[in-house]
Design a protein around this ligand. Structure first.
Ligand SMILES: CCCCC/C=C\C/C=C\C/C=C\C/C=C\CCCC(=O)SCCNC(=O)CCNC(=O)[C@H](O)C(C)(C)COP(=O)(O)OP(=O)(O)OC[C@H]1O[C@@H](n2cnc3c(N)ncnc32)[C@H](O)[C@@H]1OP(=O)(O)O
Length: 243
């Protein structure tokens, strides 16, 4: 049955307490790599200098590669029930590509702010359309999640009404439009923070909480960093709406 009522309820209890030393180190490494990525696509230093830096970066990469996790293992800083995703390419503080965007609930909307860089460039001086789609996907998915309605993206539609400039503060706003069974329809906008009422991008997404067989196929092998079964499976499989 379709419900026009907004689903906003209490936020999930946040009892997850990651190691503060690890959190600080991962955040700092993410910021340092972000600066490196951004500077690597802006630098005009001489070829020899770029080659020297590349050799140094490879040495540092080898140090980080001493121990790694595989794709079925969550980071020790991640918690699915509270939506902590440290290495999200959009919102993850540990990810150098991420702007990163932090989303917060404001009444019956979800709001995020960010500034894109040269590493997100498509048309000169402006965001790549795929990067904007990535922002929109995360905004809409986060809106569903913060409304208590987790789902995977089943459909994502965008209207690019104005080019999104780099190095300019942006504001993202998401709203739940409809909820029905395992399906949540969410709309969102991207605008300049200085002109929030002039929409540059408008998006609509359909998020579907996968049926139990799909949850098992996609996430059945997932474990927490200490080897335990990742939380969320039982609830997601039974009520189909939240983690
Ligand atoms: C429990 C452990 C889970 C672990 C989770 C891991 C991480 C979670 C943490 C945080 C994530 C939260 C938010 C993330 C925020 C942003 C990130 C972006 C999200 C993504 O980046 S995610 C990757 C891209 N995404 C995919 O990789 C999906 C591929 N796809 C499929 O896996 C299936 O396609 C699926 C599962 C979507 C549905 O499959 P299904 O079999 O469960 O659903 P089914 O067909 O039964 O449909 C049920 C009802 O949805 C309607 N429906 C279905 N599809 C529709 C469509 N396209 N348009 C309109 N309505 C649609 C039907 O019409 C029916 O509606 P009705 O009930 O009214 O008839």
């Amino acid at each position: 049955m379709t419900s026009p009522a907004t689903p906003w309820g209490a936020s999930p209890p946040d009892t997850f307490s990651p190691d503060p030393e690890l959190q600080a180190a991962v955040t700092e490494l993410g910021a340092a790599v972000r600066d490196l990525l951004e500077t690597s696509v802006a630098t005009t230093v001489a070829p020899g200098e770029q080659a020297d830096v590349a050799a140094g970066v490879r040495e540092l990469t080898a140090r980080l590669a001493a121990t790694t996790r595989d794709r079925h293992t969550l980071s020790a800083l991640d918690d699915l029930p509270t939506f902590r995703r440290t290495y999200s390419p959009v919102s993850g503080v540990g990810h150098g590509f991420a702007p990163p965007v932090q989303f917060r609930r404001e009444g019956d909307t979800v709001v995020g702010e960010c500034t894109l860089g040269l590493r997100h460039e498509g048309p000169p001086a402006h965001s790549h359309g795929g990067m904007t789609a990535m922002l929109m996907d995360q905004l809409l998915g986060s809106t569903a999640f913060l409304a208590g309605r987790w789902g995977m993206t089943a459909h994502l539609g965008l209207e690019y009404r104005g080019a999104v400039p780099l190095q300019t503060p942006l504001v993202l706003v998401g709203r739940v439009a409809d909820v029905s069974g395992r399906k949540t329809v969410v709309t969102g906008t991207v605008a300049l923070a200085a002109e929030p009422d002039r929409e540059l991008v408008r998006g609509e997404g359909v998020f579907v909480s996968p049926r139990p067989e799909l949850l098992e196929r996609y996430f059945g092998d997932l474990t927490t960093a200490d080897g335990g079964r990742a939380p969320g499976h039982a609830q997601a499989a039974t009520d189909g709406s939240t983690l």
